[in-house]
Unconditional design. Structure first.
Length: 256
């Protein structure tokens, strides 16, 4: 217990995830932890590469702790909690946009907090134009991540859950870190049958170790910032085994 408490980041230790101040502090952590900041830069570059050109704005869900707005000009930022620097406070299952008005919806570590994913994707399908996309980085299930998420992570992790929906215990507290894998891998055929508006364009497992050693937004960094390139090289050498080691995945859906 003493080690676990020491590993907690001192800025957010003991704070409720549903407290807006927690989101503000996590934004600061992402900025100050250079190793973690570079991970987010890589994630954002992947997302930007998938956003289609043309008319219509791009909406980001769950923008609170991030800085994707620096990568996508005119990005509409949003949060479910009222925090500084956000364009819109909204519930993702009821979006304030006209039909087919968006060219993309993007998110980072958001989907697994949504208790009603069917409603979410139905609502996004209403707002996104044909050939528009949903592009996201989310937790993923692999033999390695099962060990980490089930034993060492603070969020619920239920890869055997039969239902997609989860209990609501708070705006952010209700979660299943395995939900993206359930939707886009285990239940992929079911997803495409029940939500035919969406084609799963790509699923790319990635990053087995770097986020872990960075400490993420909740824990202290386990390695110095200067070692980022060394860890990236290590991960590149392990790429043939990424399906067994991945902790996250980059997922792109396309509106039919």
């Amino acid at each position: 217990m003493a080690i676990a408490r020491w590993l907690e980041h001192p800025l957010t230790r003991g704070l409720d995830i549903d407290y807006p101040r927690t989101t503000e502090l996590r934004r600061r952590i992402v900025r100050e932890k250079r190793f973690l900041h570079r991970i987010y830069e890589e994630w954002y570059a992947r997302i930007v590469a998938t956003v289609p050109p043309g008319p219509g704005p791009v909406l980001e869900l769950g923008s609170g702790a991030g800085f994707l707005v620096e990568f996508i000009p005119g990005l509409i930022t949003s949060e479910i909690l009222r925090v500084p620097g956000i364009d819109l406070v909204l519930d993702a299952v009821s979006l304030p946009f006209e039909a087919q008005s968006l060219r993309a919806v993007v998110m980072t570590n958001v989907l697994h907090h949504v208790p009603q994913p069917r409603r979410l994707f139905d609502e996004i399908a209403r707002c996104v134009r044909r050939d528009g996309v949903v592009s996201m980085i989310e937790p993923w299930v692999s033999p390695w991540s099962r060990l980490i998420y089930s034993r060492f992570h603070h969020e619920p992790f239920s890869p055997d859950a039969r239902e997609w929906e989860s209990a609501v215990s708070g705006p952010l507290a209700g979660a299943n870190s395995a939900l993206p894998w359930i939707l886009f891998d285990r239940d992929r055929e079911r997803f495409e049958n029940e939500l035919p508006q969406w084609a799963i364009r790509s699923v790319e497992p990635l990053m087995p170790f770097r986020y872990l050693v960075s400490g993420g937004v909740s824990h202290r960094a386990l390695v110095p910032g200067w070692s980022f390139s060394l860890w990236r090289a290590l991960e590149a050498s392990l790429d043939p085994w990424r399906d067994q080691l991945a902790m996250f995945a980059a997922v792109v859906l396309e509106r039919r």
